[in-house]
Write a protein that binds this ligand. Sequence first.
Ligand code: UTP
Length: 371
Amino acid sequence: MAGGQGTRLGFAHPKGMYDIGLQSSKSLFRVQAERIRKLQELATKQFPGKNGIITWYIMTSEHTMLPTRTYFKENNFFGLQEENIHMFEQGSLPCFDFNGKILLDQKHRIAKAPDGNGGLYRALRDSGKLEDMKFRNIKYLHAHSVDNILIKVADPIFIGYCALQKADCAAKVVEKSHPNEAVGVVCMVDGKYQVVEYSEITQKTAEMRNIDGRLTFSAGNICNHYFSAEFLNKIGSTYEKALKLHVAKKKIPFVDNAGKRITPDKVNGIKIEKFVFDVFEFSDKFLTVEVARDVEFSALKNADSAGKDCASTARKDIYNLHRKYIENAGGKIEGHVEEIEISPLLSYAGEGLEDIVKGNIYSCPIHLTSS
Ligand code: UTP
């Protein structure tokens, strides 16, 4: 899902093009592409003679489609085959002021915004991607936000587990760190699975704990999902139109009554969004899989000035994880731990490093590459 406007980050290009400042200067898209390449290589090695190809469907929006396409082309699809990368565009919806009046973006054009990451289902259907999945005999899919630097793209363990369990829909979650952490929680409400946003939960409920001391509502949603192709088809054909519309209050540039374009400095209007997780309630076999935050989740939402969920924290999280990969494989790191990067082309998730690092003593910066 790469159709968001990334307003909090304040980057003039699609968020997937963002370079968080690793030694390699790799963007989010490049890191993800290389993880796919490595996984294809591992799959082909494990099952010789079988087709180890992963198809990558990238949801873009009106604003991100062209630059994303150009970026991939200019970078030669990061070594993947063009025919296995499919970009498709999500829809958009008008923006309103607080009196319900549609805002104008230009004198001749209404203000519109992408219809939220839940626009995925309609866009997959309308762009013919559901048909493409059938054509390619794709049965299982992994869907994630573009902005998680630790994302295990197409995680074979997650997909395999969900497939074995015959799940139709699943969510990876991380344990909520404290009652007030600003993440939605996956839970069951009136017999239906859903995500309750942090703004929708009362303080008392957020603070409830089990006997073992863990938060009762601890399953932090991280926009990381499994779907069976069959489930996506079912959503596309039957449930998509029943998806809730959510109101997001935002700063929306507009043309005022005097014809002047204003860029507001405070919230002035409403964007309407659908959320990717709103399909959970339509699942017949829903699963959650709790994963370790330090291994799988570090979101890039903000500029560095925010001090959290920003490029600095994303880098730090990569360094820490890659330090563990080296140490687990028998390498030692001396001195200050910083700037440790392992190319995804060398290792997808820490595997295969023993022969390279065992018995070695490193000092930072460390950059392990495949060549
Ligand atoms: P966020 O809700 O965090 O939005 O998206 P954002 O666009 O990245 O950032 P802000 O809120 O404007 O600062 C979570 C994921 O969903 C995708 C984003 O690209 C991100 O991967 N998304 C969001 C879409 O694909 N389409 C949308 O309409 C909204």
